[in-house]
Each structure stands twice: as structure tokens, then as C-alpha cells.
Design a protein around this ligand. Structure first.
Ligand code: XUL
Length: 522
């Protein structure tokens, strides 16, 4: 009974998904979530991060390691036959970086299975915190890198994105400038994904092209480090970066620590990717023309594309797809936390929030909001501030509809470059359980919205990637469509169809929203 494990080390939690693939039978046999704030209060995070108010947002990498240790313990008590696990993989929140000192690999190789992980890892970090994707403190570094590489267009052509504050290159540059000694002591810079894979494998794991393309450092076409971008970022960076390997490469066998302490077998550890590329697989999006919307801490719109086409407005990204080829993505920082802020401001629960959406008309009588509760990535709005037009913030009905319509209109506006027309959108993330939100998305995009079995699509994608890579490594590769078959089909009962009258309303609202956004950003 072959089992495969996928982990999702996302902003707010660590999830594990275990799948069984047995001839014609495929099923998810286990899923478990550990929330960082709740299960690891000693690290004092809020929503998984620590913000210092000046745009700097970090998280303690030791907390992620601690969570992996706790998850392994939970798995060991689950009753699953751990010896049947053939391979494990995972994904991390994208862009975050982990800084390790010389000697870190030796520590990972020789962990004492009699003791928990966190006490043994304290010395391996040359920087105790990891900057994460919510950080927007590196505008000056972005400019310097852009200039050195020959401008925005040149950088976007080379790496898939213009310079972004949260992308790893500008974060590394800031660290090298503000803490030159700690930077000099850094032997290896990992992404969240490759750091977590290194813990499992007991050695430095590679970076793969899916997550590597979230750094402004990878040559997207060659799927290798881009020397011009590396040189523009920080001194001696080339020797500090892990190698880039195929997404299905094996980082090693599971390290003795995990086997002795928890009773795992000699499972293969497959390179980890980013949470969005992993969701792409977990949603079964393996061919161009498909589109997904993830309603999570950040909202993202993404889909596979055949060629590395670029967003003419420069607001989107092209990443490598872990299935080969490319994926396009646009990320909105004001996702579920912004929805929650409106919900809380009016003292509602989610059921009451949805009821307000159900009771109010499409188009909100012309009322509009720009939902910039925190600095926004798309469009780039470094100084947050919510704008309202045609209504008052105290108007609960209008405010609730305004936030959801604003988010859907912004997604449509800033994803036109990915797919001009879409027939069906796959919705995922926590808020995808809310049919009223999905109805507004269906009406704004004039497309059906469907869901797959509600579960964490990123960790499912990681388990499917482990399955795929294990078959490749065993010399018995499977086509991607056969890898995802049975796990990612849309659920017909979740289909939300566009309402033609509302589609017409939003066709008019879209240019009005675009203009409001343009004026307020000017
Ligand atoms: C994508 C992005 C976020 C993070 C966290 O570019 O910054 O979606 O991956 O989910």
C-alpha cells in the first residue's frame, strides 16, 4: 500500500496530507493542520508573522522546524503504517528566505533522535528571522537591482517578474547591506521550501524552478541562476545559493533523526516547491487555458501557460510550473485578512457576512471600495488606506458587498494578461466555501466557478508531486494527467454559474473600478 506525504508550510500553519495510491484506488487517507499562533505561542507570531510597523515582516524559521517536528510526532501517532511511505514532498509560502551558517549541514546530518529538533537547531541560523512575502520594506533595493540589470522590462524578461519587495533578491540585498557581518557568516541561503526539505533530508536540499522563480534571481528560460541578477543582488551570493534542480529531483533519503525518533521508513525526500505552484498541481491544473483563484491569506489568480508571456502592466509573475512549462500568477496581499477586517468592523460572523452578500444587489448601487487595508502588491500601493466611494463605512450592507466586489474586480482587471477569456475557474482556499463570494467571482469573470474536494490543495499537490517524483526515480514515470487523476476532479455540486444580468452590471463596473484605482494611486 504505497503512501505519499505532502506538507504545506504556509504563512499561518503547517498542514500534512497523506495519499494512498494503490492500482485503481486513490484516496486521501490523512490530513492534519497545526496553526502557528495557536500551537506555538512561544514564538509570539500574529497570523504566523511578526510585523514591526515599518514594512518589515518576518517569521522565525525555528518555529517552522518545530512545527515539522510536531507534525512528524502527530503522524507517528496516527496509526498510519509509516514504513509504507515511499516519498514525501512539500511546499512553503513563497519568497521567504532562511539564512544558515557554516556547519549547518553537519548539524542536520547528526541530529540526536533522543532530543527534539528545536534545541538542536538554534546555532544553525546566521539570521534568527526570515523575511516573508508580506514584507514591503525593500523598495530601494528593488530599484538598485532593476538599474543594475538594465531596467524593469529586462529584469521581467530574464526572471519572470520585475523587482518586487517581497521577492528574495531585494530581501537578500537588504540583509547584506544592513547586517554585513551576519551576511558574511551566511554559508547557505534557502527558501522556506528548500529549508524544510533540508530538515527532512538531513542535508542541503536544492531549489526547484517553481519556487526559484519567486526570487528575481533565476533565468526563467534556462531554469538556472541568472548571473546578472545574482551579481546585482549581493557580493558572493553565487556560492551561497543552493543549486537549482528539476522539481521532481530527490533531495535525499529521510534522515536518521526522523526514522529513529518517529519510526518512519527510508522514504525519498522530493524537492519542495512554493505554495502556489503546489496548489496548481493540487488543483489538477496541468494544461494551459485553466485558471484558479485561491482565497487565502493572500488572494492569488494563477494558471498554467505554455510560454513565458509577461504582464504588460508589470503587476504579475511568471513562475516555472512544477509539472514543467510555466505558470502565471497575480498576488493580492489584501485577501482574507481584509475580508475579516470588514466582517469584524461590523460585528458579523461568516454566515451573517454571506447573508449580507445574498441580500444586496450586484454593482452595489455604484458604491466602490479600494480594499487596501495593508500595503497592496497588485496594484502596488505601498501606503495602505481603504478608499470608499458612494457610501459610508458605517453602512454594513454596502461595505460587505464592496470588499468582495472590489477584490473580484481587481482580480479580473489584473489577470486579463493570463487569460482573456476563461470558461471555468477552480476556486480554492478557506473562503472558497462561501458560495456568495464565488457567485460574485463567477459574475465578474463571466465564467463558471467550481471547487474540488475541499481540502488543502497545496499539501495535496505536494503529496501528488511526491508520487510523481517517486515514479520517475523508480524508472516508471507516469503522465501528469494520470498522477492527478482521481484527486482533482471538480465537484459538480459546487458549480456556480454566472448570472447574465449581473455579468452586464459588472461589465460596466469594471472600467469604473479601473478608473477609481488609477485616480487614487496617482
Ligand atoms: C505569491 C505570494 C503569496 C505567498 C503566500 O507571490 O507572495 O501567495 O506565496 O501564500
Amino acid at each position: 500500500m504505497p503512501l505519499y506525504v505532502g506538507f504545506d508550510s504556509s504563512t499561518q500553519s503547517l498542514t500534512a496530507t497523506v495519499i494512498r495510491v494503490d492500482g485503481a484506488r486513490q484516496e486521501v487517507v490523512y490530513e492534519h493542520v497545526l496553526e502557528f499562533d495557536r500551537h506555538f505561542p512561544d514564538y509570539r507570531t500574529a497570523h504566523g508573522v511578526i510585523s514591526s510597523g515599518d514594512g518589515t515582516v518576518v517569521a522565525p524559521p525555528l518555529m517552522w522546524a518545530d512545527a515539522l517536528d510536531r507534525m512528524a510526532e502527530t503522524l507517528s501517532r496516527s496509526g498510519l503504517p509509516l514504513g509504507e511511505i515511499r516519498a514525501m514532498s512539500g511546499d512553503g509560502q513563497q519568497h521567504g528566505s532562511v539564512y544558515l551558517s557554516a556547519g549547518a549541514e553537519r548539524v542536520l546530518q547528526t541530529l540526536d533522535p533522543a532530543k527534539p529538533l528545536h534545541g538542536q537547531l538554534e546555532g544553525i541560523f546566521s539570521r534568527p528571522v526570515s523575511p516573508v512575502w508580506l514584507d514591503c520594506s525593500t523598495t530601494a533595493e528593488c530599484q538598485a537591482i532593476t538599474d543594475a540589470v538594465g531596467g524593469e522590462v529586462a529584469l521581467a524578461r530574464l526572471t519572470g517578474s520585475r523587482a518586487y519587495e517581497r521577492f528574495t533578491a531585494s530581501q537578500i540585498r537588504k540583509f547584506a547591506r544592513t547586517e554585513p557581518h551576519a551576511y558574511a557568516r551566511t554559508e547557505r541561503i534557502h527558501l522556506v521550501s528548500s529549508f524544510m526539505a533540508s530538515l527532512l533530508a538531513g542535508r542541503h536540499a536544492p531549489i526547484e524552478p517553481g519556487d526559484g522563480s519567486g526570487m528575481n534571481l533565476m533565468d526563467l528560460a534556462a531554469r538556472q541562476w541568472a548571473p546578472a541578477a545574482v551579481a546585482a543582488t549581493a557580493p558572493d551570493l553565487a556560492v551561497k545559493l543552493p543549486p537549482i534542480r528539476d522539481s521532481w529531483s530527490i533531495a535525499g533519503d529521510l534522515a536518521p533523526y526522523w526514522r529513529t525518533r518517529y519510526g518512519f521508513g527510508p522514504s525519498r525526500v522530493v524537492a519542495w516547491t512554493g505554495d502556489n505552484p503546489s496548489s496548481l498541481i493540487g488543483l489538477g491544473l496541468i494544461a494551459p487555458g485553466q485558471l484558479a483563484i485561491s482565497l487565502g491569506t493572500s488572494d492569488t489568480v494563477f494558471g498554467p501557460i505554455a510560454e513565458p508571456r509577461h504582464d504588460p502592466e508589470g503587476a504579475g509573475h511568471v513562475f516555472g510550473s512544477p509539472a514543467g512549462g510555466y505558470m502565471a500568477l497575480t498576488c493580492f496581499a489584501n485577501g482574507s485578512l481584509a475580508r475579516e477586517k470588514v466582517r469584524d468592523a461590523h460585528g458579523l460572523d461568516w454566515t451573517e457576512f454571506s447573508k449580507r452578500l445574498g441580500d444586496t444587489p450586484a454593482g452595489n448601487g455604484g458604491a466602490l471600495m479600494l480594499p487596501w487595508f495593508v500595503p497592496e502588491i497588485t496594484p502596488f500601493v505601498p501606503r495602505p488606506g481603504v478608499r470608499r466611494k458612494g457610501y459610508d463605512a458605517a453602512d454594513t450592507e454596502r461595505d460587505v458587498r464592496a470588499i468582495v466586489e472590489a477584490q473580484a474586480l481587481a482580480m479580473r482587471l489584473h489577470s486579463r494578461w493570463i487569460a482573456e477569456r476563461v470558461d471555468a475557474i477552480r476556486a480554492t482556499g478557506g473562503a472558497a466555501v462561501n458560495r456568495e463570494i464565488l457567485q460574485i467571482i463567477a459574475d465578474v469573470f463571466n465564467a463558471d466557478v467550481v471547487r474540488t474536494t475541499p481540502r488543502n490543495t497545496a499539501s495535496l499537490g505536494a503529496a501528488l508531486r511526491a508520487f510523481h517524483a517517486d515514479r520517475v526515480a523508480s524508472g516508471d514515470p507516469l503522465e501528469w494527467k494520470d498522477v492527478v487523476a482521481g484527486f482533482t476532479e471538480p465537484l459538480e455540486e459546487t458549480r456556480v454559474r454566472p448570472n447574465p444580468a449581473n455579468v452586464a452590471v459588472y461589465a460596466k463596473a469594471l472600467p469604473a473600478y479601473e478608473e477609481f484605482e488609477r485616480v487614487e494611486r496617482a
